[in-house]
Design a protein around this ligand. Structure first.
Ligand SMILES: [Zn+2]
Ligand SMILES: [Zn+2]
Length: 336
């Protein structure tokens, strides 16, 4: 069973359990974070940025939040694993410091290099002090090393300083599709249809599985066809975090923008047999009430398709997955 902390308005009736005692996080910018004490038997998945395309703000976006993609998988026996490094990364770094996390060491699984997935890098507080270490995996660019590609856009004139000048250490690892180990976790990377080389990831840790498919091109209007590599990546996971940028009308106008509809996200979840679907990568034009509507719609579709649990990601959402002892892992076929 997956527990969902905070935000009762969005809770799924079928999976809610009482959250662990909350520890409020008083961040310097006044945000009240959702950080909670973790136990060794719990895997926490926390959302720090849930938007696609561009950061946005305003009263009408307040409940779901306006930071771009950043999700963190944590348990207290393992270094954190981050999905993407959008502007939510700064919020996460502030929370890490506010709870006295000490020098940061973690691994980031970057889906691709579009702005909404990398803009948080030079604003991540643990990289702005010495001692912080971030290891980044991402698809290898076609014609140069990943580190060189990142260096090009994180240096003057696009940014005031070079990424090499940051006090913390960030390393980039050109990664191929397949499986590799990150500490005790097994990570699977697979190509996902989008604009340019893009990965989705599956993380297996503590007998639990989380799949992250943030940007996913739907094949066509009304299509139910799902790429085989994506289905394999998502097969039977406890939690699938999936692109849900458009409704049908929006997709009809932007069918080649690299994204999909809420209905398609449900379709992927249904075909892959996932436990909980989390709608993610919200369009910046979608105000809180619109996402509420899309969530209600998705739940109706999910009922018909046999998907029992659907949530819409919002900043501060923590999903707690009790560990499963003795669970079998997929074999690691290759390492990168
Ligand atoms: Zn994106
Ligand atoms: Zn993208």
């Amino acid at each position: 069973m997956v527990g969902v902390a905070r935000g009762a308005r969005h809770r799924s009736q079928s999976t809610v359990r009482e959250p662990l005692p909350p520890v409020r996080c008083s961040c310097p910018d006044g945000r009240q974070g959702p950080i909670r004490l973790t136990r060794g038997t719990i895997l926490d998945v926390t959302f720090y940025g849930v938007r696609g395309s561009t950061p946005c703000s305003g009263e009408s976006l307040r409940r779901y939040g306006g930071n771009t993609a950043c999700v963190v998988v944590e348990d207290d026996a393992h270094d954190p694993i981050l999905f993407d490094l959008g502007t939510g990364l700064r919020f996460y770094g502030l929370a890490h410091q506010a709870r006295g996390g000490g020098s940061f060491r973690g691994t980031a699984l970057l889906t691709h290099l579009h702005w909404d997935h990398v803009q948080g890098i030079p604003f991540f507080p643990p990289l702005l002090t010495s001692g912080g270490q971030v290891r980044v995996h991402a698809p290898a660019p076609d014609d140069e090393r990943l580190a060189d590609t990142v260096q090009r856009f994180l240096s003057p004139p696009y940014f005031p300083v070079s990424i090499d000048a940051l006090p913390g250490e960030i390393t980039f690892h050109d990664t191929q599709p397949g499986a590799f180990e990150v500490g005790a976790a097994v990570v699977h990377a697979a190509w996902v249809p989008h604009c340019g080389p893009t990965f989705g990831y599956r993380v297996e840790l503590g007998g639990r599985t989380v799949a992250y498919v943030s940007d996913h091109q739907q094949p066509g209007i009304g299509s139910t066809e799902v790429d085989g590599a994506v289905l394999d990546l998502c097969a039977g996971v406890d939690v699938l975090i999936h692109d849900a940028q458009f409704d049908d009308d929006e997709f009809a106008l932007r069918s080649d923008w690299g994204h999909c509809t809420v209905d398609y996200a449900v379709e992927v979840a249904a075909q892959a047999g996932v436990g909980t679907l989390v709608l993610f990568h919200h369009d910046p034009s979608h105000v809180d009430e619109r996402i509420d509507e899309l969530l209600d719609h998705a739940r109706q579709v999910a009922d018909r398709r046999g998907v029992t649990d659907v949530l819409a990601a919002y900043e501060g959402l923590t999903m707690s997955l009790p560990a499963v002892r003795g669970a079998r892992r997929r074999p690691v076929a290759s390492s990168t």
